[in-house]
Design a binder for this molecule. Structure first.
Ligand code: TYD
Ligand code: MG
Length: 454
């Protein structure tokens, strides 16, 4: 038998090395090298060689069919939006998220809707017994149509069943519990996950089955272990949310069939997940009236504007060292914006504690939130409330200038739709909005100018 060589590769950049070392020679990151699956022993076929379906042949450009395949509707417009208009046959979709966030519930509901719409569905669980699935299914509603459930973790067995049953849609709950016998590693390890995904990939492309793969997220926030899982699938959806709040956000971070960064908003209820068709209204519910340090901002999530409340609390430091925290937004960005306020608007914050929070537990990294954070900080520091019918957005630069952001029209339109009467926005964006009626537009070009609006 040929001697098997072990290869290590970097989770972050993919650099391969023959010997394990602490630091990746490619990207210089520490502790990112993991063992790659052993090369298949001679005589045995690897996953790639066992592809199902017809042999591929090179094709000329005009021989390739361009007809758009009919997409399946998941029966949930919020999910269809994230998928780019429905489920593409033969696609492989990774659904990631913390344990208990509702991945199994979401996919069970999707299966139910698809089966009711006439699709043949197979739900494979490696985590729960059939009884547990039944109990959850009873909470979610009535099931009709061609839907089967299977408890199995052996992927080769699952492949046989799929080849026999030929479902149109399948769910693999979760990839970390699946294993292939000829890979000598524990389920959930990098090699098992990679090999298992390869099998599912060949099933999806070979038999045209749309497969949802559930993946757990590690503490660092990556789908457990291998980032390469993201490269192998057609779409990556993350299910996120605050464990204390009932709403859940489904975020598309990769999509070969549509735009990314679309979000779908759901609410966890007694009877499974319910869609939230108007998230801005939902995010703003319970907003304090006339409080200082509270500002409504507008962030774009894909093509959808989302209004949310940014809160700041600034108070004098009791101990020598000022404390700053940022929840739902970048901590360093908050520090930077405080420095800008200090230097460019003459607001003394160096001996103040500051706490910034995006209400509702949303995580926003868009720079358009800058101006709202600045206004919230200034409002709290000066004890002056911001008018509650005003929304604020704009990027703030290091010179204290307020810079343009994308999709201004949509943001303003959303504010108007929700009954806001005034928008504070970058002055340079005013030109594009000359046709906008029914809402007062206040253009500002610097942080100091924005503070005068308090
Ligand atoms: P689950 O789908 O099992 O999460 P995951 O697969 O991501 O680990 O979701 C479990 C949580 O959802 C659990 O805490 C119970 C809650 N839940 C409801 O509140 N209502 C429901 O109808 C269902 C089915 C679950
Ligand atoms: Mg689950």
């Amino acid at each position: 038998m040929a001697k098997q060589t072990t290869i290590f590769y970097c989770k972050e950049c993919g650099t391969e090395v023959s010997k394990w070392q602490g630091q990746c020679p490619g990207c210089k990151a520490w502790n990112t090298l993991v063992e790659a699956p052993a090369a298949p022993a001679s005589g045995k076929k690897g996953a790639a060689a066992q592809r199902t379906g017809a042999l591929n042949r090179p094709a000329a450009l005009e021989q390739i069919e361009t007809e758009e395949q009919a997409r399946l509707s998941s029966g949930m417009p919020e999910l269809d939006r994230v998928l780019g208009g429905g489920l593409v046959p033969g696609s492989l979709i990774l659904v990631g998220g913390d344990p208990g966030i509702g991945k199994s519930t979401l996919l069970l509901q999707v299966c139910r809707n698809l089966a009711a719409g006439g699709s043949r569905v197979l739900y494979v669980s490696g985590e729960e017994s059939l009884r547990q699935i039944r109990l959850r299914a009873d909470r979610v509603g009535k099931f009709d149509g061609d839907i089967r459930f299977l408890c199995e973790t052996d992927l080769d067995r699952i492949r046989e069943i799929m080849e026999e049953e030929r479902p149109q849609v399948a769910v693999i709950d979760s990839i970390q519990t699946m294993y292939r016998e000829d890979v000598a590693a524990a389920p959930g390890s990098v090699s098992q996950v990679r090999e298992s995904t390869l099998v599912l990939l060949s099933l999806a492309k070979g038999l045209g089955i749309s497969i949802f793969i559930v993946g757990h997220v590690t503490k660092e926030g990556a789908v457990a272990g291998p980032r390469m899982l993201e490269h192998m699938v057609d779409a990556v959806l993350y299910f996120e949310g605050d464990s204390h709040a009932s709403y859940r956000i489904l975020r598309g971070v990769k999509n070969r069939f549509g735009s990314t960064n679309e979000i779908g908003v759901f609410e966890m209820s007694e009877g499974g997940l319910k869609e939230v068709p108007n998230p801005s209204e939902y995010m703003l519910s319970g907003r304090p009236q006339g409080a200082t340090g509270s500002v409504v901002a507008c962030s774009m999530e894909g093509t959808r504007p989302l209004l949310l409340e940014v809160q700041a609390l600034v108070c004098r430091t009791n101990f020598g060292m000022p404390r700053r925290t940022a929840a739902g937004t970048d901590y360093n960005r908050v520090n930077l914006l405080m420095a800008v306020l200090e230097k460019r608007a003459g607001l003394h914050l160096s001996d103040c504690d500051a706490y910034v929070n995006v209400a509702g537990g949303m995580k926003i990294s868009e720079p358009a939130l800058d101006l709202a954070i600045v206004m919230a900080l200034a409002s709290s520091a000066k004890d002056l409330p911001v008018d509650e019918h005003t929304i604020v957005f704009g990027e703030v630069g290091l010179s204290g200038e307020v810079r343009a952001v994308s999709q201004t029209e949509q943001r303003v339109a959303e504010a108007r739709k929700l009954g806001f009467t005034r928008v504070i926005l970058p002055r340079v964006s005013l030109k594009r909005l000359s046709g906008m009626k029914g809402i007062e537009l206040v253009g500002v070009s610097s942080v100091a100018e924005a503070m005068r609006q308090l």
